[in-house]
Design a protein around this ligand. Structure first.
Ligand code: IVH
Length: 709
């Protein structure tokens, strides 16, 4: 009998049981369609009615409530994803080593930085690099209060409810510091991964390409009850904020985490130098296939935590650790076609379209061919590579993939080359706009000269503009930008157009909200997200311009040096390549070289580019960036110069420490210098400082000033 037509109050006990059994999968399916696939199959009203009916029956017959009752589904997850969490201590990534020499150099670099002799003892831990995704767990007074993904390192996603479902993650800690952030890797074991995929395909759900994707997809579920059904595990290997030190060495800290109840990797070992590290690396590599979970290398960390603190960080990676990657994975397949992609700076990049092949668990159908010399069998200096073999369409090629690196075509098999294969002719005009594509002397890359008239360059520039480190506009990603670029009614052809979208839409009859895939709400949401970014920090604007060689950290440096848009813009306008005070000032920024400076100045002097920048800036309210004034230190914002011999630290360490405290370190004394730190043997710089009346102190006074004495 059809129980769905019977009123709740008229249902018999058996009918009620049957009706609850009917409703559970219907509501679960609706939930899945709504939350997980972003594709609702039922109107909100129908959904609510069914959910209310289910609750009413359960209220009448509490004994019939099912274990999988739809009433217990975890909250109405916000449809726009997870809440954001700002990490108390940034979550960084690791530098890489690929060869034995790289590992020796890692040790040499550290010794040099610390001023340690070659034979001074220096221990490292070595442990597997787990191929999962990192997670930061915050405990306050022994209670797990927050779990966050890495995100961009500064801000991650709040996945606390999900993390609570992982058995390896303790909910409470005994005898832990009041504040403790434990960091480590969420991963999925091979057996669990295979079983999950089998279950998924049986249920007609999507399967995962590899355990890492499965772990990421399972942790980042808006519905934590789904995470709970996924076999996730966690290894702890690091920490963020702590109210009291965990230990004095890395290995003791890991032991402490283990004592607190975390899983730590049993293959973690203390090594007395590169040789022992390499031995352990080989040992781990030999066991790789039998570990039961994916690893992609070995991580080395300086064991002494005081030395870790002295070594500190580069912009995104610690100096005291590195990841020694396992060699890349290889496979052979047919190269079906070579296509040219045009990038944001006009670079013509050849892409290999491949017959799909599995390389290390991932299906690869595209790979990079770098540039025209690479295809022809030469490196950028004209030396032969691959014994001079060129690569042709139709060739049987070797594809190579290392970790997250874009797969590349590494080699070709001449014995399998089709008889009619022709040498590849690299285009000399842009395939997108037909402009000449030229190669400047010394440049490995051929570039389209179309500039802003080239649609490919314009679209790529826009994609960069909306990307995470730049304007990061919610709901306006690469796909949408591409769509708007070609929109005949509301086109976005340059960044400024994004900010006039709302006004143009309002003035238009073919309103966005009436389009396929758009409603009143989604259109308003997009306009609001755009408006929110009108207030934007200077560094994001500089980065968003997408100028060649000007990356995220360079943009930050430039913003910290010029502070405001008017100052930056005036300096770029006044500067001339290779000469004058503005040029010198630009080059005096540590981290800005002549190549980057030339690009910057050139862009500001190109009429079309400049006009486009001006149109954008007119739409924005650009926030000044203080000279690290957020840092509470006596040297924040000061320009300091080191000269002579330093005895307590190396020059590199002194510079990094000063910068970490918000000072600018310059190479020469000028009227802008605030402080000279002079060690024994100081010469002309000390004299110049004296002439200019600049305060000069010795190394001890400097250490006392910054509180390191
Ligand atoms: S230490 C400050 N140890 O690798 C450095 N990371 O490529 C903190 N990873 O983001 C990281 N296993 O997700 C560390 N034993 C291990 C690791 C490990 C995997 C991941 C981690 C990190 C990424 C960097």
């Amino acid at each position: 009998m059809d129980t769905s037509v019977i009123k709740v109050e008229d249902l018999s006990h058996d009918q009620a049981r049957a009706e609850l059994a009917r409703l559970a999968p219907v509501l679960a399916q609706a939930d899945a369609a709504y939350y997980r696939h972003d594709a609702p199959e039922m109107s909100d009203a129908d959904y609510d009615a069914l959910k209310r009916r289910n609750a009413a029956i359960e209220a009448r017959f509490p004994d019939l409530k099912r274990a999988d009752s739809p009433s217990d589904t975890v909250g109405a997850a916000p449809s726009d994803g997870f809440a954001k969490v700002t990490h108390a201590v940034r979550m960084l990534s690791l530098g890489n080593a690929f060869t034995d020499e790289d590992v020796a150099e890692f040790d040499t670099r550290i010794r040099k930085y610390l001023g340690l002799a070659d034979d001074a003892p220096l221990a490292y831990t070595a442990e597997p690099k787990i191929d999962g995704l990192s997670l930061s767990l915050r405990y306050e007074n022994g209670q797990l209060v927050q779990a966050a993904t890495r995100g961009d390192g500064e801000t991650g996603e709040n996945v606390t409810a999900n993390a609570r479902t992982i058995a390896d993650i303790p909910a409470t800690l005994i005898d832990a510091p009041d504040i403790l952030e434990v960091r480590g890797e969420v991963y999925m074991a091979h057996d669990d991964f295979a079983a999950l995929n089998a279950r998924q395909s049986e249920a007609g759900q999507k399967t995962f390409a590899n355990p890492r994707n499965a772990a990421a997809g399972s942790l980042r579920q808006l519905d934590a009850t789904i995470t709970a059904t996924r076999p996730l595990r966690f290894f702890a290997y690091a920490w963020g904020e702590t109210s009291a030190p965990l230990a004095q060495t890395q290995s003791d800290a890991i032991d402490r985490l283990q004592a607190l109840g975390f899983q730590t990797n049993p293959l973690t070992q203390l090594c007395d130098g590169p040789q022992a590290m390499l031995e352990h690396y080989r040992g781990i590599e030999a066991q790789r296939a039998t570990l039961g979970y994916d690893i992609d290398g070995v991580v080395y960390k300086v064991n002494d935590l005081a030395l870790q603190a002295r070594l500190g960080f580069r912009s995104t990676t610690p100096r005291w650790a590195t990841a020694h990657k396992f060699p890349a994975e290889l496979a052979w397949t047919r190269l079906e076609k070579i296509e040219i992609q045009v990038g944001r700076t006009g670079a013509l990049s050849p892409v290999a379209r491949l017959h799909p092949v599995t390389v290390g668990g991932v299906v690869v159908s595209n790979a990079t061919l770098h540039n025209e010399d690479y295809i022809a069998g030469r490196d950028s200096k004209g030396n032969t590579i691959r014994d001079g073999k060129d690569i042709r369409e139709g060739d049987w090629v070797q594809v190579y993939r290392a970790g997250d690196v874009i797969p590349k075509v590494a080699d070709t098999d001449l014995a399998k080359r089709p008889d009619d294969a022709q040498p590849y002719q690299f285009p000399t005009t842009c395939p997108e706009c037909g402009s000449d594509a030229i190669r400047e002397e010394g440049d490995a890359v051929r570039r389209c000269t179309g500039g802003l008239i080239c649609p490919a360059q314009a679209v790529e520039k826009l994609k960069h503009f909306v990307s995470r480190g730049a304007f990061d506009i919610e709901g306006l990603g690469a796909k949408q930008v591409e769509m708007f670029y070609h929109d005949p009614v509301l086109p976005i052809r340059e960044p400024a157009d994004i900010f006039t979208l709302r006004a143009r839409d309002a003035a238009n009859l073919a309103r966005l909200k009436n389009r396929d895939g758009w409603g009143e709400k989604s259109a308003e949401k997009l306009f609001a997200a755009i408006d929110e970014r009108r207030n934007i920090a200077l560094n994001r604007v500089i980065f968003g311009l997408g100028i060649r060689h000007v990356g995220e950290s360079a943009s930050q440096l430039l913003a910290q040096n010029y502070h405001s848009w008017p100052a930056f813009e005036a300096a770029m306008t006044a500067a001339a390549v290779g000469e004058g005070a503005e040029w010198e000032q630009l080059l005096s920024i540590d981290g800005v070289g002549a190549v980057m400076a030339t690009e910057l100045v050139t862009v500001f002097h190109q009429d079309a580019e400049r006009a486009s920048i001006d149109r954008l800036v007119a739409q924005l309210n650009i926030q000044d960036v203080a000279a690290r004034a957020d840092i509470d230190s006596p040297v924040a914002g000061k320009t300091v110069v080191f000269t002579g011999t330093l005895e307590k630290m190396t020059r590199a360490e002194a510079k990094a420490r000063a910068e970490a405290l918000g000072a600018k370190v310059a190479g020469s004394v000028s009227a802008k210098t605030d402080l000279l730190i002079a060690g024994p043997g100081a010469g002309s710089k000390a004299k110049k400082a004296a002439d200019l009346g600049i305060e000069t102190i010795d190394e001890d006074a400097w250490l006392a000033l910054i509180g390191d004495a």
